[in-house]
Design a protein around this ligand. Sequence first.
Ligand SMILES: Nc1ncnc2c1ncn2[C@@H]1O[C@H](COP(=O)(O)OP(=O)(O)OP(=O)(O)O)[C@@H](O)[C@H]1O
Ligand SMILES: [Mg+2]
Length: 281
Amino acid sequence: MEEHIFNIEGLTHQFADGTFAIKDLSLTVQQGKKIALLGNNGAGKSTLFLHLNGLLQPTSGTIRYKGKKIKYDRKALLSLRKQVGIVFQDPDSQLFSANVQQDISFGPMNLGWERNVVHEKVQWAMAQTEVTELKDRPTHFLSLGQKKRVAIAGVLAMEPDVWLLDEPTAGLDPYFSRQIMALLDSIHHPDKTIILSTHDVNLAYQWADEVVVMNDGKVIYQGDPVSVFHDEAVLMRAHLEKPWVFEMFQALLQSRIPAEKNLVPRTKEELLRKIQRERIY
Ligand SMILES: Nc1ncnc2c1ncn2[C@@H]1O[C@H](COP(=O)(O)OP(=O)(O)OP(=O)(O)O)[C@@H](O)[C@H]1O
Ligand SMILES: [Mg+2]
């Protein structure tokens, strides 16, 4: 039987100013999945993440981790955070030590590991995220993409069972985006669960084995990454576009491959028009 990592039932969160960010949300997350969390700005993705490792407490409803209700005393939270690592959307909320290496070491040191083990894990995590050459730099002078990679290294060094990544590739250049996704593929394992929020539908489409879509504090879709892009109502509500590969394939299904090769399309729309001219029905 597949193990449930999270069981969320009737989760509601109201912030101090009265805003309801999560409204009676229910969701089950199975162990070992690679889940893309999609949704429009303000849908509640970041607020949900903050509940999953105990940084926010529900206004009402319950969250179970591996079948047990999350508790909020110091000891229980420490144990939860050993297992559930979070990379914040805004790296400035994550990084606070004087320099990069100290920041990445902070989490593993709190796990009570031996000094040499911490050192080894930190060196490894820095190499994996290509931040080794930044190790003595103050974190507050780093570029956004550098900060993101340092934040990811900090979680990597703790080797959590569950990864919550809030828009990990936003602000990364294409090279580092690919590297981070390759890193996530390399750590993925039947015992590891990864939930990643993103506005990049192309990334979600090619990477995820399950897609969860949020809108207005609720889950409006959970399922496979192909079906969701057939669901026009969900796409519209969550401000989602179709991945270009998906759209291209839809067009190709209705056409012959275009014969003229001299007019190279520069945009997706030009390419689509070209293919659609060749439609056979
Ligand atoms: N600390 C807070 N106090 C009051 N309202 C908040 C707070 N944090 C978030 N919100 C509100 O809660 C709602 C959900 O915000 P959240 O940041 O979870 O959305 P999101 O899906 O992560 O959006 P984005 O795609 O822009 O990152 C929004 O209406 C937001 O304005
Ligand atoms: Mg967010």
